[in-house]
Write a protein that binds this ligand. Structure first.
Ligand SMILES: Cc1cc2nc3c(=O)[nH]c(=O)nc-3n(C[C@H](O)[C@H](O)[C@H](O)COP(=O)(O)OP(=O)(O)OC[C@H]3O[C@@H](n4cnc5c(N)ncnc54)[C@H](O)[C@@H]3O)c2cc1C
Length: 415
């Protein structure tokens, strides 16, 4: 039997980015929020550590930006486009200023995912949300009487609420419990990521993403010699960085001819696990049901090649909080605008990510040829960069024509 303390306005399952952000905003507005988190302490599962400009703006608008800075977040002010198709000197002579994309946003914000989650969870607690950690969710129901039963510290609890929010990330148990279908795409590439330390030779203000041979690489420095590194490579090469020696081979892949400075990355040491993903995309077309809503990765994710998952998680938290705070109508109909905005947002993000993947992750000669024509035309045809701007400034920053087959063909030189 649930006691009086176990009745809440909202129970949120998962205190990562989306869950803790939503809990904070709702608790600050006076709602009774219970936030349930599986882990006792956040650890590195190789999730996003680069918050793009439109996500920084969301964090600012939600009143969460300063907490990230206090937790050690580090601005990346410039991008250098190292790539096998140009010399390092050429790439370094045309750095891209990250402050030019959104007014009031200095650049990309780099912060460790565990520190990011902890900072937001601290905000939720400070705002008055009840936080339970080390939780094992046993049953979860939405409908007319939403409830969650869970175990924590050896005791069993049942919490009732007007709404259950699933913010439990990839492989969401809440998504499954609510019976919300998730469309799952085929893997486009393999993807590995790792945190490294001892990379003092890499400029702490500069991030990069480029391609050399059959490896698409990215470096997001975090200051003090630390950096998150990612690599994308063909699905057919499953054993490339697997098993004993895989980690060393992954680091060695950063010995890039097109980027002599990457020797500092290749010589760095692991500062967390290296995790490899079969890199696909998913989406829940209708991320809500009566008494339940999904936010963040639980409602589907995009390829980290575009690095928009954190920004999307903040956007979800903002839109869902606006709906919940606007009126007492928390019926499924009230969430229709969320589903519509999210559906179009993810469609746009998937669209621009596919363009970028076709440029950077088609490792055949035809991919190189596409990228070469793109680089050759870019200085005189700035419209070619629309998908990149959409990525940094937000999918709504670009007109609808950008998300059409005609624009894709134009960018890829197939028009
Ligand atoms: C390799 C990789 C690289 C990425 N790079 C970027 C990037 O550079 N930029 C970017 O913006 N995005 C990136 N992303 C995406 C980004 O990490 C996610 O989109 C983002 O973390 C989603 O936030 P979330 O709150 O939905 O989920 P998460 O951040 O994963 O949080 C989910 C939380 O739920 C908890 N949980 C899980 N199950 C339960 C349960 N049953 N009960 C209670 N709690 C539970 C987990 O412990 C966790 O704390 C990347 C993703 C990957 C995989």
């Amino acid at each position: 039997m649930a006691g009086a303390d176990d009745v809440h306005d909202v129970v949120i399952v998962g205190a990562g980015i989306a869950g803790s952000a939503l809990a904070t905003v709702l608790a600050r507005a006076g709602l009774n929020v219970l936030l349930l988190e599986k882990s006792e302490a956040f650890s590195d599962h190789v999730r996003g550590e680069a918050l793009l400009q439109w996500g920084v703006k969301e964090a600012q608008d939600l009143g969460l930006h300063d907490a990230l800075i206090a937790a050690g977040a580090h601005y990346l002010g410039r991008n250098v486009g190292y790539d096998e198709l140009q010399t390092a000197e050429m790439a370094e002579s045309t750095p891209l200023d990250m402050a030019r994309f959104l007014p009031g946003v200095r650049g990309i914000l780099a912060i460790g995912h565990p520190q990011h989650c902890q900072a937001l969870l601290g905000q939720a607690e400070a705002a008055g949300a009840t936080v339970r950690r080390g939780v094992d969710v046993l049953t979860l129901e939405a409908g007319a009487a939403p409830n969650v039963s869970y175990e924590a510290q050896g005791a069993r609890f049942t919490a009732r609420a007007r709404l259950v929010a699933g913010a439990d990330g990839r492989a969401s148990a809440v998504c499954e419990a609510l019976g919300i279908p998730l469309n799952v795409g085929a893997p486009r590439t393999l993807l590995s990521g790792m945190l490294i330390a001892g990379a003092e030779g890499w400029d702490p203000d500069t991030w990069t993403l480029g391609t050399e041979e059959d490896f698409c690489f990215a470096v997001f420095p975090q200051g003090e010699g630390r950096a998150r590194i990612y690599g994308w490579w063909p699905v057919g090469q499953r054993k490339r960085f697997a098993g004993k020696g895989g980690l060393d081979a992954f680091l060695a892949a950063f010995q890039l001819g097109c980027c002599p400075r990457s020797a500092a990355i290749a010589a760095a040491r692991p500062a967390g696990p290296m995790i490899t993903f079969l890199n696909n995309e998913t989406v829940a077309e209708s991320p809500f049901t009566e008494g339940g809503v999904l936010i963040g990765d639980a409602a589907g994710w995009t390829d980290p090649l575009s690095g928009c998952g954190l920004s999307s998680a903040y956007r979800d938290a903002r839109i869902v909080s606006e709906i919940l705070l606007a009126s007492d109508d928390w019926s499924p109909a009230a969430f229709a605008p969320y589903a519509a905005e999210r559906g179009e947002r993810l469609r746009r993000l998937r669209f621009i990510t596919e363009i970028e993947a076709t440029l950077t992750c088609d490792f055949e000669e035809r991919g190189r040829a596409r990228r070469r024509q793109f680089f050759d035309r870019l200085p005189s045809e700035p419209a070619l960069a629309a998908h990149l701007i959409a990525n940094l400034a937000g999918p709504e920053s670009q007109p609808a024509e950008v998300y059409t087959p005609a624009h894709r063909a134009y960018v890829l030189g197939e028009a």
